[in-house]
Design a protein around this ligand. Structure first.
Ligand code: UDP
Ligand code: MG
Length: 326
């Protein structure tokens, strides 16, 4: 087997796209220009490609993309059946890019600076198997996104996660990492947690983010919430442990309280306890419901994992010419 080419690697730029008709043509052009520049300057192999993963778009994204892919062999379109979500779309692209020595995943909206690509490749050349893109600024985000991101990272940290702050899914992974990923069959996918846990030598590249120039964010609140819970439940069981601890201390507290009550009863003191009782009752039932919810969340994940369903289904792949062509 031929080893991966570190000097002149074949790069596949994997781009998940969901309803990006307003911006996708502009992005395709910018990406192509960058790729051609890298090919002609001898940084990447000439069989490098831009692979768009159409994540079940309901607008004209697919039509636009298949047009360019039919005309220009630098583009490949992998079209998925239905909307599987950002993480699964990235996964589908990585798994389909069989000819790649390295894959860089990047969003379709060009918010992540594509000019950082040479820096990613430089790190790869120097031996990194994973290169994380970390954003310099969050100015392009709204207040809500800024605050929720901050709260999220703090919470993840508390839960014992090692995810990199301000790293989204702009990253380079090598063939070695892709082969390792193939062994991971979890349907509950959170690449930002999974990839660092593999332990390959890694590096960081800082880049600037820009405003979206077209279209709206495809991350709805519910998609963000799903990503957040997946992030926690996919690699830590600490919340379950916290529940057990809380339960233990609640029982301890209950025992102490009962002893005090009995002593007071023996001493003949009256306890005007209605408010206390009500508060304890409300607090405890809230706690119990929350705990059940957390346990249910994990149970649901186990249920989904045991089904062992495929993460994506490919509807069609469009590319002009042969991927091996010179
Ligand atoms: N995306 C996707 N499937 C989805 C949602 C989003 O493939 O269900 C893609 C989207 O087209 C974009 C990337 O994931 O390329 C990131 O989405 P977006 O830019 O909307 O997220 P934001 O930058 O606002 O977090
Ligand atoms: Mg974006």
């Amino acid at each position: 087997m031929k080893g991966p080419n570190r000097e002149l690697p074949i790069l596949y730029l994997v781009v998940p796209c969901y309803n990006e008709e307003e911006i996708i043509m502009e992005s395709a052009e910018v990406m192509k220009a960058k790729m051609c520049e890298l090919i002609s300057s001898g940084v990447i192999g000439k069989n490098s490609r831009i692979m768009f993963v159409n994540d079940g778009s309901t607008d004209d994204t697919f039509a636009l993309l298949s047009d360019v892919a039919k005309k220009d062999d630098i583009f490949i379109v992998v079209s998925l059946v239905g909307n599987t979500g950002h993480q699964n779309a990235i996964w589908a692209g990585i798994m389909t890019a069989e000819k790649a020595d390295v894959v860089v995943t990047i969003d379709a909206d060009l918010q992540q600076d594509i000019n950082a690509l040479p820096k990613f490749l430089e790190s790869y050349k120097n031996g990194a198997e994973v290169v994380y893109g970390v954003r310099n600024n969050r100015e392009s985000d709204g207040v809500f996104k800024k605050l929720s991101a901050l709260a999220y990272y703090r919470f993840m940290h508390l839960m014992g996660s090692r995810i990199l702050e301000n790293h989204a899914d702009y990253r380079l992974i090598s063939r070695k990492v892709i082969n390792a990923l193939k062994e991971y069959n979890e349907s509950n996918l959170f690449l930002r947690g999974l990839i660092p846990s593999l332990g390959f030598p890694s590096d960081i590249v800082y880049f600037d983010t820009k405003e979206r120039t077209g279209g709206k964010t495809k991350y709805t609140l519910s998609k963000m919430f799903k990503l957040a819970t997946d992030g926690i439940t996919s690699f830590t069981i600490r919340p379950l442990r916290i529940i057990s601890f809380t339960g233990f201390f609640t029982i301890l507290f209950g025992i102490i309280l009962s002893i005090i009550s009995i002593v007071e009863w023996i001493q003949g003191k009256n306890v005007p306890g209605y408010t206390t009782l009500l508060l304890v009752l409300l607090f405890m039932s809230g706690l119990i419901l929350l705990s059940l919810g957390v346990i249910g969340e994990y149970l649901g994940k186990i249920y989904l994992e045991t089904k062992n369903r495929p993460k994506y289904l490919i509807d069609c792949v469009i590319c002009s010419g042969n991927e091996n062509d010179d």
